[in-house]
Ligand binder design. Structure first.
Ligand SMILES: [Fe+2]
Ligand SMILES: [Fe+2]
Length: 201
């Protein structure tokens, strides 16, 4: 079952929530070649991040001890699937591909998520919260760089930013601990490798 989830995340159609794509009702803005190229790259980075998020949630659910933890985070995991689908669609519209390394991002994240799960639920939830905070910061940075008139990309990123903030709150409320600085730094470094690579390939 876990293997199937992985395959669907990386290659297929993962199950999503009932929410429509926030870009659906927004009109396509007029973008220059350079603006379109940059937006495509950043949406690819975001897509890779969402693939990794799926891996983390999946890895954690393999080793999480408390069933309630799993349940509480289930909605969040489903929303990550929304993000994944929205980013993928936007990459397509912008005429670019998703990262060729998606399977690697996924598998690496499953391993990291499983480790976090082994460390215990309070750490694993703390890990989710920290990941989500880092994603929020990334999204804010992207919103600064994506063209104002690229309303479709912006609609997606706005909704994602809101969701990720919620996920962090949910994880903390479920008992997540705040992580030591060296761990946070290591997480930042790891995500840098992924985001830098996905920007290009
Ligand atoms: Fe997400
Ligand atoms: Fe999230």
């Amino acid at each position: 079952m876990h293997f199937d989830t992985g395959l669907r995340t990386v290659f297929g159609q993962p199950s999503v929530t009932e929410r429509p794509n926030p870009a659906e009702t927004v009109e396509e803005g007029e973008l220059s070649e350079a603006e379109r190229d940059l937006a495509g790259r950043l949406m690819r980075v975001n897509h890779a991040g969402e693939v990794a998020a799926q891996g983390l949630y999946e890895g954690q659910s393999l080793t999480a001890r408390l069933p309630e933890v799993r349940e509480k985070m289930e909605r969040a995991a489903l929303e990550e699937n929304d993000h994944l689908a929205w980013c993928e669609q936007r990459c397509e519209e912008l005429g670019t591909h998703t990262s060729y390394f998606s399977p690697a991002w996924y598998m690496g994240s499953v391993a990291i998520g499983a480790l976090a799960g082994i460390a215990g639920d309070k750490w694993s939830l703390g890990f989710v919260a920290e990941t989500e905070y880092q994603v929020v910061r990334h999204l804010e940075e992207h919103l600064e760089h994506i063209a104002e008139q690229d309303t479709k990309s912006r609609a997606i990123l706005d909704q994602m930013r809101e969701d990720e903030g919620q996920h962090a709150t949910t994880a903390l409320k479920a008992g997540g601990a705040s992580l030591p600085k060296p761990v946070r730094d290591l997480m930042q470094l790891t995500s840098k490798v992924m985001t830098r690579t996905a920007y290009y390939i």
